[in-house]
Design a protein around this ligand. Structure first.
Ligand SMILES: Nc1ncnc2c1ncn2[C@@H]1O[C@H](COP(=O)(O)OP(=O)(O)OP(=O)(O)O)[C@@H](O)[C@H]1O
Ligand SMILES: [Mg+2]
Length: 270
């Protein structure tokens, strides 16, 4: 019984700490999707990176417990973090961007098989103990879907606003509608939908091919009464850069231009 009471007390203390830490963050944005593999991490990493280049103090929280890919996409997968009684220091990617991920504490290639409560406790600890400092933006890359785990992580970030990433085809849209409703149920303000992998320009003939159809994200946004933030085309460079740990927003191409337009909209809204 006492154990229960102690656990409850610890949880409440941690929640209070998270709340206090989050008071130093102006805007919190959680990147969601109804399903996996649609480009959440790509969006979260590049959004955070772009904001940092624009001079905003930015934090990036890799809250994907099963597949913490943020460090890989930033080329810092060998970085390690350590905590002491003063807290945990995030990894500094540049002057304005700080990153935290479970991957900084784990052995490479070993799957995370902790039970649910432990995993979410790790994220809570990151939110409570990491010395983010004053931030203009905190971007959280959430695990895929709308399950219990995503729910508990999203609930830990008070006042977070949501961005939903989707691909254009109907099956993906069903999931993204679910994600929008999920965020709304949590009382989150939904900043809008991003349609990723939207059209592909053939590098040989210049013709646009709609591999996964096109325009579905915009339709879903209209239907749900939320903003459409923009389309990101399929681009081989996004895959290569992701694998090489380089944010694709640093490229000069159609995809990065489209992405910077999305960043501008987010900046205006959040
Ligand atoms: N617009 C795009 N064009 C080409 N490849 C892309 C694009 N967006 C994302 N990708 C690639 O698709 C793969 C999946 O992207 P990403 O890891 O960002 O998705 P995710 O939604 O975070 O996946 P998960 O649900 O597993 O966390 C990556 O290899 C990434 O480089
Ligand atoms: Mg991901």
């Amino acid at each position: 019984m006492q154990n229960m009471a102690e656990r409850r007390k610890k949880l409440m203390e941690e929640e209070k700490k998270v709340k206090e830490a989050m008071e130093h963050v102006k805007h919190k944005i959680a990147v969601f999707s109804g399903k996996g593999g649609v480009g959440k991490t790509t969006v979260a990493v590049n959004l955070a990176y772009a904001l940092s280049l624009k001079g905003y103090k930015t934090g990036l929280l890799d809250a994907d417990i099963h597949g913490p890919n943020v460090p890989k996409m930033l080329g810092i997968e060998d970085a390690r973090i350590y905590g002491d009684e003063n807290g945990i220091l995030p990894i500094e990617v540049n002057e304005n961007l700080r990153v935290i991920s479970l991957a900084f504490m784990l052995e490479k290639d070993v799957p995370v098989i902790w039970r649910g409560p432990l995993k979410t406790a790790a994220i809570r600890q990151f939110l409570a103990e990491v010395k983010w400092g004053e931030l203009d933006y905190l971007i959280a890359d959430l695990p895929p879907g709308t399950g219990d785990e995503v729910l508990s992580i999203a609930q830990m970030i008070p006042g977070a606003e949501a961005i939903i990433v989707t691909t254009p085809q109907d099956v993906a849209l069903l999931d993204s509608r679910r994600a929008v409703n999920f965020a709304r149920k949590l009382g989150m303000n939904v900043l809008g939908i991003i349609e990723n992998m939207s059209g592909f320009r053939c590098p040989h003939c210049g013709k646009e091919i709609n591999l996964f159809k096109i325009g579905g994200g915009e339709r879903a946004a209209k239907e749900l009464g939320i903003d459409f933030l923009g389309r990101i085309p399929i681009d081989e460079k996004i895959v290569i850069d992701g694998d090489e740990g380089k944010p694709f927003v640093t490229e000069e191409n159609e995809a990065s231009k489209a992405f910077m337009e999305i960043v501008k909209k987010i900046e205006e809204k959040a």
